[in-house]
Design a protein around this ligand. Structure first.
Ligand code: 13P
Ligand code: SF4
Length: 319
């Protein structure tokens, strides 16, 4: 603990000296989330992380999360330095949607409005009409469907299918998935629900249909956290990355939080879902990047110019 406290002190000093703020996602290590909060930074879902970057006066944004979050921050704030503890922190959705193949898919369906999930590269966003996060996908697609638009959706097929089912929109789906949320098991979840009849089931919409179908609340990380704080249930079964429990415990300390099963009956916390790329963010590489600036996000100017419009559209729509 002594060594960790000293490390945190050094990071606090580096942040202050460089007019830098931490913007952390709820799936990152609890130490990083706590440090972000206590140093004037922010912990949020991916939509709020993007918005915070545009509102902050800091010269440097240090994005603790995965690469697309850093890229979005840089696209929206080209004048700021955007650092990440490790630029190798990617996302299976981003990896599963290479820009060339995606452009060819769009070119083959020119009559469709292209809506991409935020979990994509800057190049993919540059080919889109709209960017959405899980917190705003439903109203954006509802709005487009009300104008009679057909939608090409990428890359998460589970979120896409959920949005299609709720809105009734005409959607063509890319075949991508999140390796973390795809692991939630519906049969095992049914058993856990029977063991906890008073529990509300909270599900991130990157999960498979049969898991989403059992949810009391489907939503982004922020929306699921709000549900724990506001719903009267004493227990919650949570189908998303285990990093979220830190904030849930903080806001609702008296409530029991049960990880949704990923490995069949009897799943324990060792089998809790945790994104391997989010786990690449740590106090040690955070200190290092503040000393060396060697993990800085750079975006090609032409790509940035094209990608900023669909992201800004999302932020304007969310207001
Ligand atoms: P949120 O927008 O809900 O924070 O989700 C981001 C993400 O990567 C979920 O896996
Ligand atoms: Fe990507 Fe899934 Fe990790 Fe979120 S949890 S960053 S969608 S791999």
């Amino acid at each position: 603990p002594g060594e960790k406290d000293a490390l945190k002190d050094r990071i606090r000093a580096l942040l202050a000296a460089q007019n830098a703020v931490l913007v952390a996602h709820y799936y990152t290590d609890a130490d990083l989330q706590a440090l972000a909060e206590e140093t004037g930074g922010y912990v949020a879902d991916s939509l709020e992380m993007a918005r915070f970057g545009t509102e902050s006066d800091a010269e440097t944004l240090v994005v603790c999360g995965v690469r697309f979050m850093g890229e979005t921050a840089k696209i929206l704030n080209p004048e700021k330095r955007v650092l990440m503890p490790d630029l190798g922190a990617t996302c299976s959705l981003d990896e599963g949607c290479p820009a060339d193949a995606f452009r060819a898919f769009c070119d083959a369906h020119p009559d469709h409005t292209v809506v991409v999930y935020a979990n994509t590269s800057a190049q993919v966003k540059a080919r889109s009409d709209w960017v959405v996060t899980s917190s705003i996908a439903l109203p954006v697609v509802e709005h487009l469907a009300s104008e009679g638009k057909k939608i090409l959706w990428a890359p998460d097929k589970h979120l896409g299918h959920y949005v299609e089912r709720v809105t009734g929109a005409d959607m063509l789906l890319w075949d991508g998935a999140c390796v973390v949320h795809e692991e939630f098991k519906s049969f095992a979840l049914e058993r856990v629900r029977k063991l906890h009849p008073d529990a509300a089931v909270l599900v991130h919409p990157e999960s498979p249909d049969e898991v989403v179908d059992q949810a009391d609340v489907v939503g982004s990380t922020t929306q699921l956290i709000k549900a724990v704080a506001e719903m009267p249930n004493p227990e919650f079964i949570v189908a998303t990355d285990a990093g979220i429990f830190w904030k849930m415990h903080q806001l609702a300390p008296g409530k029991k939080l049960i990880p949704a099963p990923t490995a069949g009956e009897g799943a324990t916390c060792e089998s809790c879902a945790h994104c391997p790329w989010m786990a690449m963010n740590a106090l040690q590489n955070l200190e290092r990047v503040l000393q060396t600036w060697d993990q800085e996000i750079q975006i090609d100017a032409e790509v940035r110019e094209r990608a900023v419009m669909p992201i800004q559209r999302m932020l304007d729509f969310a207001r």
